[in-house]
Design a protein around this ligand. Structure first.
Ligand code: HEM
Length: 320
């Protein structure tokens, strides 16, 4: 091959390298998307999440979960933020979200500040991706680079948001369908080291499962009676009984002690393929933090709308 051709190919490779690197970590997204258009966006989001978490620590968990539910239903496109109207049924009232996903007001408040600084520039989907990262970090968890440039969906799907994942094989398939590995799944499930759950979501487990620590089951039964349908359905319990407000690796020690609150959590340590990893994470907080951060970057890259797709919503609750 002629020297000039080799030089030319090398130049192309060097020029393309950052984009190819970006393609691995963030798909078509980029780290510098708003550097000129809205240089302060990251500071505004961080301050908004910090004040919400200072007012109520659980809000950090709620925002993290909102991002997960956004990304897993047709990609990270802000669709979960859309309100229902008389002619439109979105995701907010789907089974897993209704009376459960919370923090919409926090995103509204941040969006208002971002709009005041940079009108019609930053998508709600990107604000949510940044807010989830900051929420984890403010609760003591790791941080990571958020690739940006997501556009907001023009629609949302209640039926897609209704899917339920009970057993390990189903969970692996559910994450696999989104391009996430079983390792990503087990790391991301570590998000259940923070936040609260309603009795209705773990009642079956604490009364009917065999692979549950008996003391733990009776502790949870004290505030979650067996009879369904009453006010107790909404009674809250911490998902991680040890350190519910700290983003640490206690979730995995819980699983090893059969103290996973959800049936689906305990599936990760029940004699199956993820047992080894659960043990590793429970003994190595650094490994969990690093894997969680990587998995969140991959989750944040699930089917984003980019370029001319979708729009930049002015109000996260409705299409423009
Ligand atoms: C593996 C599949 C998963 C299942 C079946 C699941 C299920 C649940 C359930 C039933 C709740 C309680 C909801 C309520 O009582 O209203 C919950 C809460 C929560 N989930 Fe998950 N989850 C999963 C994965 C994830 C992932 C991947 C993340 C984040 C990366 C996450 C983050 C959270 C957080 C932070 C909370 C607490 C929210 C709050 O306190 O407001 N979950 N999850």
């Amino acid at each position: 091959m002629a020297a000039a051709t080799v030089r030319c190919l090398l130049t192309i490779a060097v020029v393309l390298a950052p984009f190819l690197a970006g393609a691995t970590a963030g798909g078509p997204l980029s780290t510098s998307f708003y550097s000129k258009k809205c240089p302060n966006v990251q500071g505004i989001v961080r301050a908004g999440v910090a004040s919400a978490v200072a007012a109520e620590r659980r809000m950090g968990a709620s925002i993290l979960r909102m991002f997960f539910h956004d990304c897993f239903v047709n990609g990270c496109d802000g669709s979960i933020l859309l309100d229902d109207t008389s002619t439109f049924t979105g995701e907010k009232n789907a089974g897993p979200n209704a009376n459960s996903v919370r923090g919409f007001e926090v995103i509204d408040a941040i969006k208002a500040q971002v709009e005041a600084a940079c009108n019609a520039t930053v998508s709600c989907a990107d604000i949510l991706a940044l807010a989830a990262r900051d929420a984890v970090n403010l609760l003591g968890g790791p941080t990571w680079t958020v690739y940006l440039g997501r556009r907001d969906a023009l629609t949302a799907s209640q039926s897609d948001a209704n899917a339920k994942p009970p057993r390990l094989a189903t969970l692996v398939a559910m994450f696999g369908n989104k391009g996430l590995s079983p390792r990503d799944m087990t790391a991301l499930s570590g998000a259940h080291t923070v936040g609260q759950a309603r009795c209705a979501t773990f009642r079956d487990r604490i009364y009917n499962d065999a692979n549950i620590n008996a003391t733990f089951a009776s502790l949870r039964q004290q505030t979650c009676p067996q009879a369904a349908g009453g006010a107790s359905d909404a009674a809250l319990a911490p998902i991680d009984a040890q350190t519910p407000e700290a983003f640490d690796n206690a979730y995995y020690t819980n699983l090893m002690g059969k103290r996973g609150l959800f049936h689906s959590d305990q599936e990760l340590f029940n004699g199956g393929s993820q047992d080894v990893l659960v043990k590793k994470y429970s003994g190595n907080a650094g490994m969990f933090a690093a894997d969680f951060a990587k998995a969140m970057m991959r989750m944040g890259a699930i089917s984003p709308l980019t370029g001319a797709q979708g729009e930049v919503r002015l109000n996260c609750r409705k299409v423009n």
